[in-house]
Design a protein around this ligand. Structure first.
Ligand SMILES: [Fe+2]
Length: 183
């Protein structure tokens, strides 16, 4: 949404023109925040579906461990899609709620077929990194818009997907960057 010369009349005082410009910029940032959050909603939904797919179809020596970890994570995502959708409503926007809309706006690729447990974990790690990136953008745009409620919600999503990423990486082992424990 761009401010046009027509919308800000040259007959207005400088202060009034600055105030109108600020107001229009703020509205544009609100819309941008909501659009990005709709993408985030679609991203979590897609991540949830892939995780549930893997919960159903995982096979092999890690079956029980992965079957349970995937269940824990898709259940947590089921809660968080609701939180994100309701925040969209609270700031005045409709939430997307169909597979076709989600597919159109999601930044997470849909995983086809079934894979071995390790590939499932690697796919999910990439997916959670991507969801966290989307919500980092939501937090940044919301911060510029002065919408701390949405910013806080987005930061919590970043933390949650980074936690999922850590749990999945730890399943593979050898992923910690440094040891902060005393010798
Ligand atoms: Fe189940």
């Amino acid at each position: 949404m761009e401010t046009t010369a027509k919308e800000i009349s040259t007959n207005d005082s400088t202060d009034a023109r600055v105030a109108k410009f600020d107001e229009q910029q703020r509205k544009a940032l609100y819309v941008a925040t909501a659009r990005k959050m709709a993408t985030g909603l679609a991203d979590i939904y897609s991540a949830m579906l892939t995780t549930q797919n893997y919960h159903w179809n995982v096979e092999g020596a890690w079956f029980k461990q992965l079957h349970e970890l995937f269940e824990e994570q898709y259940r947590a995502m089921f809660e968080s899609v609701d939180v994100v959708a309701e925040r969209l409503r609270a700031i005045g926007f409709y939430a997307p709620g169909t597979f076709s809309e989600f597919q159109k706006i999601s930044s997470v690729p849909e995983m086809q077929g079934t894979q071995d447990g390790e590939t499932m974990i690697l796919n999910l790690i990439r997916i959670h990194q991507s969801v966290a990136e989307t919500f980092k953008s939501v937090a940044e745009i919301a911060s510029h818009a002065g919408d701390i409620g949405t910013e806080d919600l987005a930061v919590a999503r970043v933390r949650e997907h980074q936690k999922f990423e850590w749990m999945l990486k730890s399943t593979l082992g050898g992923q910690s960057r440094m040891d902060t424990r005393p010798n």
